[in-house]
Design a protein around this ligand. Structure first.
Ligand SMILES: [Fe+2]
Length: 293
């Protein structure tokens, strides 16, 4: 893989560069550029009547209930129910480790919303370009010209005793990056609500050193995931503490949840047989080009 310090690659795969501190350097530089643009060069959020993006920038999390009109929501839900069982849907059952038991842990169905679904699912296709969502992401990324990805997601839990990587607290990457979910069914405790530790995206010396440490053990192949994780069983006290601090996205259907996935977060503990359905949106902009477009 090409090595580029000034890319949005989660972590470089180089032992010498990581020992020399390329990861904490990227962390500090990306945070500094974001801070400068937000505090010195940014114009006020003009398009965000609900101030969702200001809250996400500050706290790392915000939600907006009754996001779509009842009529639009019904259309989306109807199309989702059909589209998520299309034959070309991606079904992952085994993505977490080598254990063969994992085949039955969860059924994770996803379908990208792109031009291929335009004619068959027009309401879903137009949701990808929803103006309110575009404004929220644009405000959070501090840029006008951004690329938003969109997919349908359905998670059915078969066996919650089997380890699911996404239930470990983790940081998606070293810089501010945003995700949103429009939930199509009520999310209760048993559906495994998204957890996020508020303000955990803020700069800290502890994070500086943990980015450094993890980048070295990643390059040495001691860990395989470039999204740095606190693994279950590793440190139960720390995990309990983060659980207590977390915001849990227990929300009614038709709520838009927006989060900074640079902060510490995880998938919640769902009950067996439970289903969580959402339309998911995300950006992955290059943090070093924040002033370029
Ligand atoms: Fe994540």
């Amino acid at each position: 893989m090409k090595l580029s310090i000034f890319s949005h690659q989660k972590c470089l795969n180089s032992v010498p560069l990581n020992i020399l501190g390329s990861q904490p350097f990227r962390y500090v530089l990306s945070k500094t550029l974001y801070w400068l643009k937000n505090n010195i060069f940014n114009k006020k959020n003009k398009n965000d009547q609900e101030n969702i993006s200001s809250e996400v920038i500050k706290k790392g999390y915000a939600d907006k209930r009754n996001f779509l009109s009842d009529e639009d929501f019904t259309k989306i839900k109807k199309e989702f129910d059909e589209a998520i069982f299309e034959p070309n849907v991606i079904i992952e059952k085994e993505s977490y480790n080598d254990s063969k038991d994992l085949l039955e842990a969860i059924e994770h169905r996803t379908l990208m919303i792109d031009d291929s679904v335009k004619d068959k699912y027009p309401a879903l296709y137009s949701l990808k370009d929803n103006l309110a969502i575009k404004h929220i992401f644009s405000n959070c990324e501090l840029k006008n010209n951004i690329e938003i990805f969109c997919r349908l997601e359905r998670i059915k839990v078969h066996n919650n005793k089997i380890h699911d990587n996404n239930k470990d607290f983790h940081y998606d990457t070293f810089h501010n990056t945003f995700k949103a979910w429009l939930f199509l069914k009520d999310v209760k405790e048993e559906q495994g609500p998204f957890h996020l530790v508020p303000y955990s995206h803020n700069f800290s010396i502890k994070r500086f050193f943990s980015e450094w440490w993890y980048s070295i053990i990643y390059a040495l192949k001691i860990i395989t995931e470039p999204s740095f994780r606190i693994e279950e069983g590793d440190n139960d006290k720390i995990r309990d503490n983060y659980n207590k601090k977390s915001i849990k996205a227990i929300v009614p259907k038709n709520t838009l949840v927006v989060a900074n996935a640079h902060g510490l977060h995880r998938r919640g503990d769902a009950e067996n047989g439970s289903v969580r359905e959402s339309v998911q949106f995300w950006t992955r902009e290059n943090p070093f080009k924040i002033f370029l477009k």
